[in-house]
Structures are given as C-alpha cells and as structure tokens.
Ligand binder design. Structure first.
Ligand code: FNR
Length: 396
C-alpha cells in the first residue's frame, strides 16, 4: 500500500462511498468514542494502565487544555490543490510529519501487540519508535517494518553492559536512531495502577527484549522460559537508575553509531545541553502526564525549547496529540514532527492491525484537511503567524 496523494479527500470519499452501500466505519472516528470503545473491549486494568496518569492527572488534562489555548487562524485563496506533507528527518523522507510514540507492553491490549502496529505503520510508511519494554522482541518488530524507518527507545538499565547489548542489537536489527527516554528513570505515582495493584512487568509482560538478551540471560541460574520469576526479579533490580547524568549520555553515545535523541525534554536549558552533548534531536514530552503531576503541559514547553535549540537540531513533540489540528499547532510552534501516542493504542485494542491502520489513516486525513482548509500547501511553511492565543505567552 502506498501513502495516498490526497490523504484527506481520498479518505473522506472512501468512507462516504461505502456509505452508499450502507457501510459505516467499524472504528469510531471521534477520539472520545474510540477511547470509549477501547475501554469496552479491554480488561479494566489494561484500560487504566493506558488511560491513566500521575497522581491527580492534572498534567494529563493540561496537555489537552494547552492545545485549546492556541487557535488556528486560517488563510484564504492560497492555491492548496497540492499539499506537501513530507518531512526529512535524520536523512529519511517521511510521507507526513508524524511517527508512533514508544508505548510499552502492548501485549496487554492485543495479543499481536507491536507486530500488528508495525504492520499497520509500515503499510503507510509511518515510522515507529519501539519501546525497550515491548511485548515482542525488537528483531521481530524490525522485520515487520520492512524498509520503513524504525527507531529504538532506550530505558537505560543500571547494568551498562546490558545497555550496550540492547544498543548493538538495535543497530544490527536495522533501527535507525536511538531515543533515550529521560523522564522515567523511575515510575511516577499512578493511582489507577496502584489501586488495582497492577504493574504488567511484575507479571512478566513487556520484558521480551530483556528475556531474549544474551547479557541479561548470562548470569541467570535458569533461562527465563524455565524460571520466569527469577528473571522478573532480576529485571526489577536493573530497570531504574536514578543516578543518571549527562556523563552517562556521553557514555551511551560511545556505545552506538546510531544518532541519539533525548525524550522528555521540557526545560530550555536541558535542550541547550542536549545540543552541547551532540544529540541528533530532542522530543518535548511529559510522557503523556504519567510522570510528574503538575508538570508543565508539553505544548506550553515547546516554544521555549524551540528557541533554545535555535534550529541546531530537530525538536519533536508528543503528549496530547489527538487529531490533525493538534499536529498542525505543534508544527506551527516549531516542532519538526509529532509522535502519536494513546490514539493508536486504542485502535490496536479495538481492532488490532486494522484498527491501528484506520487510526493512522484518519489522523493523516484530518491533518491534510487542516492544512488545506488553513491555506497551507507545505508543512515547511507552518509557523506561529497561523496561530492566535488569548493568553500572553510566558517563558521560563
Ligand atoms: C507510554 N510512553 C512511553 N514512553 C517511552 O519512552 N517508553 C515507553 O515504554 C512508554 N510506554 C508508555 C506506555 C503507555 C501506556 C503510555 C500511555 C505512554 C509515553 C509515550 O511515548 C508518549 O510520550 C505519550 O504517550 C504521549 O502522550 P499522549 O499523547 O499519548 O497522551
């Protein structure tokens, strides 16, 4: 399947034409209805694991509210008959300025997990970022991606030999970049999961990359297949490392030839440090409001980070992207591309590979129409002159 030339129009026509034979879309189109349908299809603990955030969930709500504070001011009469949605990122040309955010342990929402996501994403040439804590081993997922770029997300394990092993596996499997997530060196306080006493990893879920790793396996008394409990206990001792500093980032960089991107940057000073330490990009993100409750909405952090980086490296964005207009606003505020998070997981929960594909097609269509209707024929021309905010913009 090729990415469509007119994603918005083609998708609308496909749906409306099917309507002539009485067929309506199987997957809910509106985000709230999609989430609701996923909720009905999932065990409650899985739904809450994906839907929930840290503590009062204030930051999770703020992530969405921040988008509402910015409004698009459409331009007219600008010949938008062709839109160029493509973007060049780390040497790859992407059909549209979005990727799939790393979301761990997808096996709790669908048995095919990251394999279904990889098949759906690659069919539309949308890159993925595979989580360290995926339910399927990284080599299998890379195979399913074919020639579509995939990046590997690293949670830096306390054992640096294991970090080196994960990085070299990612390189050998064909991943084209490493995304080091900085905001989760320990899990946030998550009332929904605590209330249900549900942490998937302690049940052996989401540990495929560890259990298949030669360094992880080497000093276990029994292989994980024979004694999963011992393997899980070992994982608990090395997942989190609260001692990480910029020196560790320098060390990690020496372990791989892949370009390195830091995820979880919110403060402009950290963005400057990322440039100084030779990073290939940063991702402005607060992990979907799952880590620091009361943290700044990711969108509110974006303009200052863009300014601090000053065009030196690409700034990507996630946390709160729900539809095409959200992507439009983040790009207009200086993001080079955005990462889609929870929405594709709901698609996976409802209809596996087909569900993910439909979420991506709908998102792309919605974004393409937002571009056309706002008078933009190229993502490169998006800037803050197309936005209006009722509130004065503060800076850190
Ligand atoms: C995440 N996120 C995440 N990030 C990461 O770097 N590695 C990971 O393994 C995970 N796992 C994960 C699981 C679940 C269930 C969620 C919801 C999120 C964070 C993710 O990459 C992204 O930052 C957020 O999903 C963005 O927020 P929204 O747009 O999904 O609300």
């Amino acid at each position: 399947m090729e990415p469509p030339a007119q994603p918005g129009l083609d998708r609308q026509l496909e749906i409306y034409k099917a309507g002539l034979s009485g067929v309506t879309p199987a997957l809910p189109i509106a985000y709230a209805a999609l989430e609701q349908k996923a909720r009905e299809s999932l065990p409650p603990e899985s739904y809450d694991y994906v839907a929930g955030g840290a503590a009062s969930e204030d930051t999770m709500r703020e992530n969405l509210a921040a988008f509402q504070r910015w409004r698009i001011v459409p331009r007219m009469l600008r010949n938008v008959s062709q839109r160029d949605l493509t973007v060049e990122l780390l040497g790859d040309r992407l059909p549209a300025p979005f990727l799939l955010a790393p979301i761990g342990v997808q096996g709790i929402v669908h048995s095919e997990a990251e394999m279904a996501v990889a098949r759906a994403a690659s069919s539309l040439e949308v890159p993925i970022v595979l989580s360290t804590v995926s339910s399927k081993p990284m080599e299998q997922v890379a195979d399913a991606m074919g020639t579509t770029p995939a990046w590997f997300q690293l949670y830096t394990p306390r054992d640096r030999q294991l970090a080196a092993s994960l990085l070299s596996r990612a390189e050998n499997a064909g991943y084209r970049a490493v995304v080091v997530t900085l905001d989760t060196h320990i899990l946030g306080w998550r009332p929904r999961d605590l209330q249900r006493a549900f942490l998937p990893f302690l049940r052996g879920l989401g540990l495929a990359n560890y259990f298949t790793d030669p360094v992880f396996r080497q000093d276990l008394p029994q292989p994980p297949e024979r004694d999963p409990v011992a393997a899980i206990m070992k994982w608990t001792t090395l997942f989190s490392d609260l001692s990480l500093t910029w020196e560790d980032i320098d060390e990690l960089r020496k372990m791989t030839r892949l370009p390195m991107i830091l995820k979880g940057i919110l403060h402009p000073e950290d963005a400057r440090l990322a440039v100084k330490h030779g990073m290939a990009g940063v991702i402005v993100s607060n992990h979907g409001g799952r880590q620091v409750d009361g943290a700044i909405a990711a969108l509110d952090a974006l303009p200052d980070v863009v300014q601090a980086v000053d065009g030196g490296i690409p700034v990507l964005f996630d946390s709160g992207i729900r539809g095409g207009s959200d992507a439009f606003k983040a790009l207009a505020l200086g993001a080079k591309a955005v990462l889609l998070g929870r929405p594709y997981i709901w698609g996976l929960a409802v209809a596996g590979e087909t569900g993910v594909r439909e979420v991506l097609q709908n998102f792309l269509a919605d974004f393409d129409l937002a571009m056309a209707l706002s008078g933009c024929d190229s993502v490169r021309k998006l800037d803050s002159s197309l936005l209006w905010s009722a509130q004065p913009v503060q800076t850190v």
